[in-house]
Design a protein around this ligand. Structure first.
Ligand code: HEC
Length: 129
């Protein structure tokens, strides 16, 4: 009888140990917005956004502040187009006004970025509220 209980106990420890190790080592799946967050803060080729844009406390002011870009309610598609080929959204050289500030439309193309990267960046910007 005692042996039986010991055996059950050992099996229980093994099963729980397996579950715990599995839970700890399982890869965490990041959302597109989280991946975009990592990407925009990386040094990857073509990721030059902070040269002109501020997000939070970091960045330039040649382009509009993107800290609350999600509130502008642009679609993911619009944001993807803006990043890859901004001339499709704003006539190059024209002046636009955002939050009372004027900007000249001079954002460069980012055609080197993959579809996946554009989607991740757009999802990240859309999440900023
Ligand atoms: C050389 C400066 C420059 C760089 C680099 C740049 N932008 Fe821009 N961005 C601008 C300017 C100027 C505008 C205003 C519209 C335009 O030029 O098309 C703008 C507009 C935008 C807008 C539209 C904001 C709105 O709601 O109207 C988004 C989104 C944006 N940029 C994202 C990005 C991302 C993401 C990157 C990096 C992959 C980037 N920009 C790199 C200058 C820049």
């Amino acid at each position: 009888m005692k042996k039986g209980i010991t055996a059950v106990f050992i099996i229980l420890v093994i099963v729980l140990g397996y579950v715990a190790v599995h839970a700890l080592t399982a890869p965490v799946k990041l959302s597109a917005a989280q991946l975009g967050n990592q990407l925009i803060h990386s040094n990857k080729k073509g990721i030059d956004c902070f040269a002109c844009h501020t997000i939070g406390k970091k960045g330039g002011s040649v382009g509009p502040d993107l800290s609350k870009e999600g509130l502008a309610k642009h679609s993911i598609k619009w944001l993807e187009v803006q990043i890859a080929t901004p001339a499709k959204n704003f006539k190059p050289g024209s002046t636009l006004k955002i939050d009372g500030k004027s900007y000249m439309a001079i954002m460069p193309d980012h055609k080197m970025l993959s579809k996946k990267e554009l989607y991740e960046l757009a999802s990240y910007l859309e999440s900023l509220k």
